[in-house]
Design a protein around this ligand. Structure first.
Ligand SMILES: [Fe+2]
Length: 281
């Protein structure tokens, strides 16, 4: 019996027991509790940003680390993962063959252990001047073959650089998904996010862990507005095999629901399904 099944069973029976015995005050189950009750479908959350494949970036060095991260993802209620190793087009060559081999191994491991996770290919693309050309020539992975490209920047990049980059990614025919949007002070104003979304169809991804950590006052206000105004499109784990960067999707989504309501949680949990359906194609 896979570890995730034990976890889900426990949570489900806890929720059902509470609900039927009235221990929850007869209240309706929350969105996140209901999500967990979808046990049969084995699709709980989809993680669109995760460094689960070993030996290709700073995600993990050994096969055992990938195995551990996959078991933990299953236990965290994740049913689908888009693997997004760091790539730096035109600057560092990505070890494509190694990734392919390790990716296939990860799929076999999931099947063998009955973890119930589907894996998809993707990349977290550090923006370089080469990125638009790589996207046009289809030399860099988008999210699960959709038109969405997960783009990251350096936290010290300027507003001008980020706007110019997003415009060029969009001009190359991709939908830019800004990876961990909370990390870039240069575009840390609501008006800037609105502009990026309206002019370039940019989408916003926030790390689940950010929802669990106490943020500095300014960033807290910014994050609050992002969520309350429906400007966040994805919450993902950005899991690396290192302390403090473990998976925490269920906890993050619970915190999101408590703070911003079931509708926001539902919209964000379901958004990756559009990507898997080939968004923008
Ligand atoms: Fe990442």
């Amino acid at each position: 019996m896979g570890i995730e099944t034990d976890y889900v069973r426990e949570r489900v029976s806890e929720a059902v027991t509470k609900s039927s015995s009235g221990q929850n005050g007869g209240r309706e189950l929350t969105f996140t509790e209901k999500r967990q009750l979808k046990e049969d479908e084995k699709v709980l959350y989809t993680d669109i940003h995760c460094h689960v494949i070993w030996g290709v970036d700073d995600g993990g060095e050994t096969r055992e680390e990938t195995e551990k991260m996959l078991r933990e993802a299953a236990a965290d209620g994740i049913g689908r993962i888009i693997c997004t190793p760091h790539v730096t087009p035109g600057v560092y060559e990505f070890p494509e063959e190694t990734f392919e081999r390790h990716f296939e191994y990860a799929r076999e491991y999931i099947a063998r252990e009955g973890l119930g996770i589907s894996l998809y290919r993707g990349a977290e693309i550090l923006y370089t001047d080469h990125v638009p050309r790589f996207l046009r020539e289809k030399r860099v992975a988008t999210l699960a073959g959709s038109s969405c490209a997960l783009i990251e920047f350096s936290p010290t990049d300027t507003r001008e650089h980020i706007f110019d980059a997003i415009q060029k990614v969009s001009g190359a025919g991709a939908i830019p998904v800004i990876a961990h949007m909370e990390r870039y002070p240069a575009i840390g104003k609501i008006e800037q996010v609105r502009e990026l979304k309206s002019r370039f169809r940019a989408l916003v991804q926030i790390n689940a862990r950010t929802l669990l950590r106490k943020q500095p006052l300014l960033r807290r206000g910014f994050m609050d507005r992002l969520f309350r105004e429906g400007l966040v499109d994805f919450v993902a784990t950005d899991t690396h095999c290192m302390p403090g960067r473990e998976t925490c999707m269920t906890q993050g989504m619970k915190a999101l629901e408590e703070k911003y309501g079931a509708e926001a949680a539902r919209r964000i949990a379901e958004m990756p399904e559009k990507v898997l359906e080939g968004m923008g194609k």
